[in-house]
Each structure stands twice: as structure tokens, then as C-alpha cells.
Design a protein around this ligand. Structure first.
Ligand SMILES: *Cc1c(COP(=O)(O)O)cnc(C)c1O
Length: 401
């Protein structure tokens, strides 16, 4: 590591609240799937800013849209209409089940909006939103309460009331938790943070049926799975299960902060002027970046390539697991949200694996204390996938006992 890197890291460590354990790198530039740090070292990026930079770093169409919009109008608040925001909402409506959109600035905020809408839409006294064990919905107090992992709750109690968690994968248990106070079920079609765990189709269909039978809203958190990550614009499209409310964020503007909540005309009517708001939500620059991003995602053949590259990656990961049975059992995931499932021996060394990959110049992470997660830019090439596999092979082969 160069003096310049260490100097910046030392300065950083002097001024930040210690909420993050960061890789020892000071990133300064990115292009496609490659990042470069202040010392000039290059990294193959299979994290993409946590599934955010779907078109890769500094995609020319997105950069152009940002620059043009920033030269014209940066912010006016939602006291006015703006062109990019309307274009973006139209694109989202045209390409989903939804009729109506609300813009926020992050995934957690989009989920907050969904929680508030579900409560406002439902009859008085119906406020409980059941979510699933292992889920991740954000870091605000309500979304932390909805998150089904106790490690995110500790020290922040009392949490907002009305967020029971059902065991993962158990429809009967979920049904037994529905009460006259329940208004919605909230889940990710595939749990990202807790280890790339897909909800199988029958389970999702069963959840939809429970919502219909008990008159509950179904909220899909597609903050991570949305925007083409799994090979369709939204993951729900592949399952044939349509939610009542959907949230998305991460990749929506390829790196600028924005979140969206989508819903039907009927449910949207529960929000009237003053019900909910955001000063920055749908900011023109972020919206212009999102419009440019969506146009690329929706261009002919783009998502089909995500599916093809995802299958190729999964095949390679399965073959890799076959070569390293001590540490890995196989792959799971959807599209370009893929994971290498680790054995007990592998799990105990998961963070070490990530660090060793970093030393080789490949960026990945250890999700849910269970898997190595790969969320490369959707523009990743097969050669870059091969390079990641080669690095994994070398890393797993080099782990000493
Ligand atoms: C990342 C994530 C969130 C939180 O998004 P932020 O933008 O960090 O607030 C919520 N839900 C899911 C499924 C996520 O992956």
C-alpha cells in the first residue's frame, strides 16, 4: 500500500463515526467493471457498490444525462413538476404492474413509504406488517423493525410496534401469525443480504393467496432484486406473483441516490396531499440518471444477456465448488445475483476469503455469514466472469488448514 493510501485512510479514520469496516482502499475512478484506487491499483468489481452500478462505473449514457441535467436544473423540490421525474415515473409504470409512483432517496425510505401507505390504506386498527426471518429492509427505525435479523435490532429498542417476523419458508406458520390487526406481508422475492436465498415459487404463490384470503397487501421489497439484477426488470415477473406495492432503489439510477415505491391506482388513493413527502425525492439529476439507466436496461437483448451470463456464472461457480468440496457446495441465485454456498469449514473462513480476493484485486463480499456474494455490474463480460472464477480457484486452492 502506498503512502498516499495510508495517509487518506488515516485522515478518514480521524473524522468518521465508526459505522463501517472498510476495505483498505481509497477509490478514485471507475470504468465498467474496473475500479482504480488512489495508488493506481485496479480491482475487478463484483460488488458494484452493493448491486448499485448495474451499467458499470461511469456508463457514458448515465454520465451524459447527469451532466446535462446538472447544467440545466438540479433541484426544485416536489412543489413543482419536473421533466425527468415525470419521464421516469412513466417508464416505471409502463414496465411494471403499477399505475402510480412515489420517489424517495434510498431503499429504506422507499420501504418507509410502503409501510406508511399500507397502514394508511388499511382500516383503523390494522397496522401489523408481517415480514420474514432473515429479511433485510433498511436501517431506519421502522425498516429495522421490519428486518428479520435481531443483530440489526440490538441497542435500538424499543422499536416501532407492529412488525412480527415469520419463520422463513413456512406458510403455515405465516398464516398462524395473521390477526385482525394485520394489514400487509412484506418480503423480498429473493433475500439478498442474508445470503442470496430465493423464495421458491410455491412459497410466493402461497403468500399471495394468504394476502388475498385475509385481505392483506403484498409488499415486495425489490430494492436489491429490481432493475434487471435477476434478468427481468423486476424479480416478481419470473414468479408470476404480482405484489400490491413494490419498492426499488439500489440500481435505479446506476449510482445516484433514489428510491421508488410503485403501486396500483386504488391503493395509491390512500395518500393525499400532505400524507407523505420528501424534499429530495425524485431529484431531477437522480431522475435523469435513472431514465438513462432504464433506457439501457430495457433496450433489446440487454436483459436476455443478463440471464445468459447469470447461467454461465452459476455453471462456473458449481464447477468451482466441485473442485473445492471442502469449502463450497454449489451456487445459488438468480441472474447476476449469485452466491457460492460455503460449507461449515468455508463459513468459518468467509471473511478471510473476501480479504484474500481483495489482495488479488477482486471485490466480493461475505453475505449473511453463509455465502460469498457476487453482484457484478450487469454489463460484466464472460471474460471478467472467468477472471473472477480463476481468482476464486487460486484463493480456495491457497487456503491453508
Ligand atoms: C439495500 C437494501 C435495502 C436498504 O436500502 P438503502 O438504500 O441502504 O436504504 C432495503 N431492502 C433491501 C432488500 C436491500 O437490499
Amino acid at each position: 500500500m502506498t503512502g498516499e493510501s495510508t495517509a487518506w485512510m488515516a485522515r478518514s479514520n480521524q473524522v468518521f463515526i465508526g459505522t463501517y469496516s472498510r476495505f483498505p482502499a481509497v477509490m478514485v475512478e471507475g470504468r465498467g467493471c474496473v475500479l482504480r484506487d488512489v495508488a493506481g491499483r485496479e480491482y475487478l468489481d463484483f460488488l458494484a457498490g452493493i448491486a448499485v452500478c448495474a451499467l458499470g462505473h461511469c456508463h457514458p449514457a448515465v454520465t451524459r444525462a447527469i451532466c446535462e441535467q446538472a447544467g440545466r436544473l438540479v433541484h426544485v423540490s416536489n412543489l413543482f413538476h419536473t421533466v425527468p421525474q415525470t419521464e421516469l415515473a412513466e417508464l416505471l409504470v409502463a414496465n411494471s404492474f403499477a399505475d402510480r409512483v412515489f420517489f424517495a432517496n434510498s431503499g429504506a425510505e422507499a420501504n418507509e413509504a410502503a409501510i406508511k401507505l399500507a397502514r394508511k390504506y388499511s382500516a383503523a386498527g390494522r397496522y401489523e406488517i408481517i415480514s420474514l426471518a432473515g429479511s433485510f429492509h433498511g436501517r431506519t427505525l421502522a425498516t429495522v423493525a421490519a428486518t428479520g435479523q435481531s443483530k440489526f435490532h440490538q441497542g435500538f429498542e424499543p422499536l416501532p410496534a407492529g412488525f412480527p417476523h415469520a419463520p422463513f419458508g413456512d406458510l403455515a406458520a405465516l398464516e398462524s401469525m395473521i390477526t385482525p390487526r394485520t394489514c400487509a406481508i412484506l418480503c423480498e422475492p429473493l433475500q439478498g443480504e442474508s445470503g442470496v436465498r430465493p423464495l421458491v415459487r410455491e412459497y410466493l404463490v402461497g403468500i399471495r393467496e394468504l394476502c388475498d384470503r385475509y385481505d392483506l397487501l403484498l409488499i415486495f421489497d425489490e430494492v436489491q432484486t429490481g432493475m434487471g439484477r435477476t434478468g427481468t426488470l423486476f424479480a416478481y415477473e419470473q414468479q408470476g406473483v404480482v405484489p400490491d406495492i413494490l419498492t426499488t432503489a439500489k440500481a435505479l439510477a446506476n449510482g445516484l441516490p433514489i428510491g421508488a415505491m410503485l403501486t396500483s391506482e386504488k391503493i395509491a388513493a390512500a395518500f393525499t396531499p400532505g400524507s407523505h413527502a420528501s424534499t429530495f425525492g425524485g431529484n431531477p439529476v437522480a431522475a435523469a440518471a435513472a431514465v438513462a439507466t432504464l433506457r439501457v436496461l430495457l433496450a433489446d437483448g440487454f436483459l436476455a444477456e443478463v440471464v445468459a451470463k447469470g447461467s454461465y456464472f452459476a455453471e462456473q461457480l458449481n464447477a468451482l465448488a466441485g473442485r473445492h468440496p471442502r469449502y463450497a457446495t454449489g451456487a445459488r441465485g438468480s441472474g447476476l445475483l449469485q452466491a457460492l454456498i460455503l460449507t461449515e469449514a468455508g463459513i468459518s473462513r468467509g471473511q478471510e476469503m473476501v480479504n484474500r480476493m481483495f489482495e488479488q484485486g477482486v471485490l466480493i463480499n461475505f453475505a449473511g455469514n453463509a455465502v460469498l456474494r457476487f453482484v457484478p455490474p450487469l454489463v460484466v463480460s464472460r471474460a471478467e466472469i472467468d477472471a473472477c472464477i480463476t481468482a476464486l480457484d487460486r484463493m480456495l486452492g491457497g487456503l491453508s488448514d
